[in-house]
Design a binder for this molecule. Structure first.
Ligand SMILES: NC(=O)c1ccc[n+]([C@@H]2O[C@H](COP(=O)([O-])OP(=O)(O)OC[C@H]3O[C@@H](n4cnc5c(N)ncnc54)[C@H](O)[C@@H]3O)[C@@H](O)[C@H]2O)c1
Length: 325
C-alpha cells in the first residue's frame, strides 16, 4: 500500500530479556489513574523505570493510593504526576497535553486507558442517555485519549505502545448481568484497537505506534463491588472460569508492562485475554449452571459423566433438561 513504510523495530537481539520488560526513558499516560487498576498500573510502570502521568475525574488523587504511588516513584527514581481530566473532554485534554508534555523528562511513549464505567439496567428499560454516557466514556473517551497521544508521539517522532483496556465482556455477554451498554462499548474498544493498530503501525510520515487491547475477567474493584455485595456472587463468577476464582488488580501488571515494553515488539492489533479461562470454557459454564439455580441437587460429577458420553455437542440438552438427569 502506498502510504505504508517499514519502521525501525524496538528491542533487538542484543537487548537482554530482562530489559525487554523495562520502560526506562519513557513517560506513560494512564487514564482512570485513581481507579483500582489505574493505581496498580501506575505503580508497576514506575517500578519498571517509566514516569507516569495519571488522569482521572477527581480534583485530587485519593491520599492513600497516591502516597503509595509516590513512594514507589521515590524508590525507583521515577516520577508520577496527576491531573484532573474527563476523557470525554477533548478540549481539556488538548490543553493538558500542551501544558504538561513540554515539562516531562521523557517523551510520551505509552498509554494505558483504564478509565471506564459500567451500569446494570435491563435493556428494555435502559435510559438512552445512560447508554450513550457509557459508550461516550468507554469508547469515545478511549479514542480521544489514543488520538491525543498519537499526535504527541508524531510531534516528538517517537515510537509508542498503546494499551486499551477492554473486557472479556467485549467477547461475549455475561450470564445474569444486564450490561448491554458496557458489553457493547467494550466490543467496540476491541475493534478500535485493531483499527488504530492498522493505521498507526507503519504509516508514512508517522512513527510506529503499536496498539493492543487487554480483556480482563472479573476483578475485585469498585466496578464490581455492587454485584459482589450479593452473598453468593463471587462463588458464581468463580465457577464460570477454569481457575475457580476471580482476579485482583495485581494480576494485570505483567501483561500490561509486557504490552507497553519492547518485549512485545512484533505484537499489534492483538488482544490479551486475562480471564482465568472464562471465555474459553463456555461448555464448562453450562455444566456449572447449577450456580444459577437451574440444576439444583444434581452432583457435578453426574454432569461430567454425561458430558463424557456425549458424542456431538448438538446433542447437548438445554439447561432445563438437566433436571431430568
Ligand atoms: N473490575 C472488573 O471486573 C473489570 C473487568 C474487565 C474490565 N475492567 C475495566 O478495567 C478498567 C478499570 O476498572 P476498575 O475495575 O479499576 O474500576 P474503577 O472504578 O476503580 O476505575 C475506573 C476509573 O475510571 C475513572 N473514570 C470514569 N469516568 C471517567 C471519565 N469520564 N474520565 C476520566 N476518568 C474516568 C473513574 O473515576 C475510576 O477511577 C475499566 O475500563 C473497566 O471497564 C474492569
Amino acid at each position: 500500500m502506498a502510504n505504508r513504510e517499514t519502521k525501525p523495530r524496538v528491542g533487538g537481539p542484543e537487548v537482554s530479556t530482562r530489559d525487554l520488560f523495562r520502560l526506562d526513558g519513557r513517560t506513560v499516560l494512564i487514564t482512570g489513574g485513581t481507579g483500582a487498576l489505574g493505581l496498580e498500573v501506575a505503580g508497576s510502570v514506575l517500578e519498571s523505570g517509566g514516569d507516569v502521568i495519571c488522569i482521572d475525574l477527581p480534583e485530587l488523587p485519593p491520599e492513600a493510593g497516591w502516597t503509595k504511588v509516590q513512594a514507589i516513584a521515590e524508590t525507583h527514581g521515577t516520577r508520577a504526576t496527576y491531573y484532573s481530566c474527563d476523557v470525554t473532554d477533548a478540549d481539556r485534554l488538548r490543553f493538558l497535553f500542551e501544558e504538561t508534555m513540554p515539562k516531562t523528562r521523557y517523551p510520551l511513549r505509552g498509554v494505558v486507558t483504564c478509565a471506564g464505567v459500567s451500569g446494570r439496567v435491563p435493556a428494555v428499560d435502559y435510559p438512552v442517555d445512560d447508554f450513550r454516557r457509557i459508550v461516550d466514556i468507554n469508547l469515545v473517551g478511549t479514542f480521544i485519549v489514543a488520538q491525543a497521544a498519537a499526535r504527541e508521539m508524531r510531534n516528538q517522532n517517537v515510537s509508542g505502545s498503546i494499551v486499551l483496556v477492554a473486557s472479556m465482556s467485549g467477547w461475549g455477554s455475561n450470564k445474569g448481568l444486564d450490561t448491554s451498554a458496557y458489553n457493547s462499548s467494550k466490543s467496540a474498544v476491541l475493534q478500535l484497537g485493531r483499527s488504530l493498530a492498522a493505521e498507526w503501525g507503519s504509516r508514512q510520515g508517522h512513527p510506529s505506534i503499536r496498539v493492543n487491547t487487554i480483556s480482563p475477567g472479573y476483578i475485585k474493584t469498585r466496578l464490581t463491588a455492587e454485584s459482589l455485595a450479593k452473598p453468593t456472587q463471587e462463588q458464581v463468577w468463580s465457577a464460570e472460569n477454569m481457575l475457580n476464582r476471580i482476579s485482583t488488580t495485581d494480576e494485570y501488571r505483567a501483561p500490561i508492562i509486557f504490552l507497553l515494553a519492547d518485549g512485545s515488539s512484533f505484537m499489534t492489533g492483538a488482544d490479551l485475554r486475562i480471564d482465568g479461562g472464562h471465555r474459553s470454557c463456555e461448555s464448562m459454564n453450562e455444566l456449572h449452571s447449577e450456580s444459577y439455580g437451574l440444576v439444583k441437587n444434581v452432583p457435578i460429577s453426574k454432569h461430567w459423566k454425561w458430558k463424557r458420553s456425549t458424542i456431538a455437542r448438538s446433542d447437548m440438552p438445554r439447561s432445563a433438561e438437566y433436571l431430568d438427569l
